[in-house]
Design a protein around this ligand. Sequence first.
Ligand code: NAD
Length: 248
Amino acid sequence: MQFAGKVGLVTGGGSGIGRATAVLLAKRGGAVVVADVNLAAGAATAGDIRNAGGRAEAVGCDVTRWEQVQAAMDHTVKTLGGLDVVVNCAGTMKGHLLEETPEAEWREMLDVNLTGAFLVTKAALRTLRERGGGAVVHIASRMAIRVKEGHGAYAAAKAGILQLTQMAALEGAPHRIRVNCVCPGIVDSPMTRGAYGQEAFDGWSRICPLGRAATPDDVAKAMLFLASDEAAFITGVNLAVDGGRTIL
Ligand SMILES: NC(=O)c1ccc[n+]([C@@H]2O[C@H](COP(=O)([O-])OP(=O)(O)OC[C@H]3O[C@@H](n4cnc5c(N)ncnc54)[C@H](O)[C@@H]3O)[C@@H](O)[C@H]2O)c1
């Protein structure tokens, strides 16, 4: 999995899985733009990459805003000389039982997680087509395929990403653009540490065949495999990265 000579853009690269993905992409030789609504967090990731000898910069980008998404890709092409890989890790999670879900929360979950993925896909298809091809990787969730009580809006948004991935793969294929998606179970990131207590991790570890939660690095490796030339004949897939939980 080498990215020497390639340029990647990672949304949500200021924290958790996105941060791990940006760092690994740079370690494997790629130049990286870290795009995050939290510019300070994105800048910290980019700074760490540069301090380790890599090539990176940060842009503020809210994936729910079309102009900002397109501007982030234009900026990447202009400053780093290209764009080959787009990894869309931006996301947010809140949850209530459906009867108690405020409409604003429903809209926020769909807006950030699904509309954001759509806008990133739209800009990526345009930009990568002009460059003769490339790869896009999205992140859905186990909750896209197996429900968890109290997470209806998030699960619906993540389920939408599965279909978006297949549609984009179909439309991108004639232009040598591959589009794939990963479905992690629970990942030990700031998002889940903030939302759940330690008992959630302990409970998951008991029912997951591999006996632990994923690290952000576990997911980053799977996403970058799908983005790499090693996955040259893989498009439209949804790869479970859940320690075998899906087989039970
Ligand atoms: N942590 C898990 O257990 C888990 C499991 C399955 C899927 N996921 C998905 O993985 C992705 C990353 O999650 P994480 O656990 O690393 O969370 P995280 O909270 O650590 O990181 C999310 C990053 O996305 C950024 N972000 C949020 N809204 C944004 C927006 N509108 N525009 C641009 N950036 C935005 C945040 O600033 C943050 O830097 C999310 O899409 C999440 O739904 C996480």
